[in-house]
Design a protein around this ligand. Structure first.
Ligand code: GDG
Length: 498
């Protein structure tokens, strides 16, 4: 019970490797993903802790140290690893979180799978996370819980430790009541979130949707609103709102602050990589391989929300429609498959392979394949080199909480050129109105956007990229960290939380 800040996130914050029979904890240098950003908060407190899970064959005797002390470039911190069995991981994470919650969060009712959900296991695992956080947190400490797979933690934690300041951040979209209320456990989830002091979202729309869910289930009276900052409004785009809710007052006197802070990328790190010699050499090699033609780049996890199949179909239509581009344009589609235990993603992989194969069969030759489908993660340094040479980053998810790939592309374009085609259903669209925004549910809109990108004159490309670069630098990881820490600071809390 001695940490001033406890981060509760399902993944461990380092790589664990066994060297000569000895376990070593290595700093995970990967800049992508959220882990390094979260660790950067540790610099601001004296004592910090992290709670994650680790698979154990036998939870009563897990065979590893439950608590380890780590020291890396982010400082010293403690990591509590909850021993979970493979069955618990599968039930709480692969099934309840990914097959029931994930589709609903992203608006895919038809993919929602209720039957295999084992709710008692989900509750048990969330309780274990809450217990571990409670035992790490000093009196009045801040506990910061991440993502929907830990939705019940704030409620449990409040029961165990009323003194704590609890913040919960959603990395995904938050749907409106019409969608969210499909979940039979909606009341329990909402009550748990309302036990937090701060509930955080990427963009104003998700906060508004959350309020619609709360109102549908609980009587919370008037919810104050304030204007949305102008840099979070892309005129006319699907996810932009003009005002946003700020806090929810409960009958008990408890106030839930609604935090809207879009996650950014580490622009300095990406800039550093983009400027290093090895990346330059790589980029030069890639450019000579591409030759005179144009390269479209698409990067994302293999997930139905990312809209990979719709995008490949749009590419096929592009080649059908425009004979001038055949043999002149290629699409590099990096689609990183999920953990093998999640069979739910297998049909998407098959579909991507089928469409890519058909396009190559129709428009390719012995020496030229229009689609390169990469179904594995490429090293981030290589990704940055691809970002630098891609004429167009084509990022068209059907739904995405934020989407960091588009921001990484912009941050890597030190030459000030390149076109970003972005779905208006990615949270990032509210900040990146200078992109070519498109609607991935409309073939016509997708075709129009990609034509515009292919034919865009250089001055327009540069003007748009300058605006995009300034937006991405403004709200980078440091900005996010500052905002989040301010929300967690004691001055924002009513005496009941002290
Ligand atoms: C969730 C939300 C939200 C991708 N392929 C490779 C690779 N990546 C990296 C990218 C990027 C990260 O993975 C993906 O981040 P996204 O934000 O695009 O998407 P999710 O994984 O779905 O993340 C999302 C995010 O949380 C943060 O709150 O933005 O909406 O769904 O950093 O670079 N990295 C490497 N090789 C690859 O092939 N090394």
């Amino acid at each position: 019970m001695s940490s001033d800040l406890v981060i509760v996130y399902h993944r461990q914050p380092y790589e664990e490797v066994v060297v000569d029979g000895k376990t070593e904890y290595r700093e995970n240098k990967s800049p992508n993903g959220i882990v390094p950003t979260l660790k950067s908060f540790f610099g601001s407190v004296e004592k910090a802790a992290w709670v994650a899970w680790k698979e154990a064959k036998d939870t009563s005797n897990p065979g590893f140290d439950r608590v380890v002390e780590i020291e890396d470039s982010f400082g010293k911190y403690t990591v509590s690893r909850l021993p979970l069995t493979a069955e618990q991981v599968s039930s709480f994470y692969h099934i309840t979180s990914k097959e029931a919650f994930w589709p609903i969060l992203h608006g895919f009712k038809e993919k929602y799978n209720y039957d295999p959900v084992d709710w008692p296991t989900f509750k048990e695992v969330n309780w274990a996370f809450a217990e571990a956080a409670a035992s790490e947190a000093a009196k009045g400490a801040a506990v910061w819980v991440h993502d929907y797979n830990l939705w019940l933690v704030p409620g449990y934690l409040r029961q165990m430790r009323p003194d704590l300041r609890i913040s919960f951040y959603h990395h995904t979209p938050f749907p409106s009541a019409d969608m969210f209320n499909v979940l039979p456990w909606r009341g329990e989830i909402i009550d748990s979130l309302l036990a937090a002091d701060v509930v955080g979202f990427h963009i104003p729309r998700y906060a508004a949707n959350f309020v619609s869910c709360v109102r549908s289930l609980r009587d919370v009276g008037n919810v104050p609103r304030k204007p949305v900052p102008s840099d979070l409004i892309s005129e006319g785009s699907a996810l932009s709102d003009r005002t946003m809710p700020t806090e929810i007052h409960l009958d008990t006197g408890h106030v839930v602050h609604l935090g809207v802070t879009p996650v950014g990328v580490d622009t300095d790190y990406i800039k550093g990589l983009a400027e290093n010699e090895a990346t330059d050499e790589r980029a030069t090699r890639f450019r000579s391989e591409i030759g005179e033609g144009k390269l479209l780049l698409s990067v994302g996890r293999t997930d139905y929300t990312k809209g990979g199949a719709d995008q490949l179909l749009a590419f096929e239509r592009l080649l059908e429609r425009r004979a001038d581009l055949r043999g002149q344009v290629r699409l590099l589609h990096v689609s990183v498959p999920a953990n093998r235990a999640m069979t739910v993603y297998e049909p998407i992989q098959k579909e991507l392979e089928e469409i890519a194969g058909r396009i190559n069969g129709r428009f390719g030759s012995f020496t030229f394949q229009p689609v390169a489908l990469i179904s594995r993660a490429v090293p981030f340094e290589e990704l940055v080199a691809w970002y630098q040479v891609a004429d167009v980053a084509w990022i068209t998810p059907l739904a995405d909480g934020m989407n960091l790939v588009c921001k990484e592309y912009v941050a890597a374009r030190k030459d000030g050129d390149g076109v970003l085609v972005l779905s208006e259903f990615a949270g990032a669209a509210v900040e990146l109105g200078a992109a070519v925004l498109t609607n991935p549910f409309s073939s016509r809109a997708m075709d129009f956007a990609i034509d515009l990108a292919m034919d865009m004159p250089e001055p327009e490309r540069r003007a748009r990229m300058a605006l995009l670069r300034s937006a991405v630098s403004k709200r980078d990881t440091r900005h996010w960290a500052r905002d989040q820490l301010a929300l967690l600071s004691p001055k924002d809390f009513a005496p009941e939380a002290a």
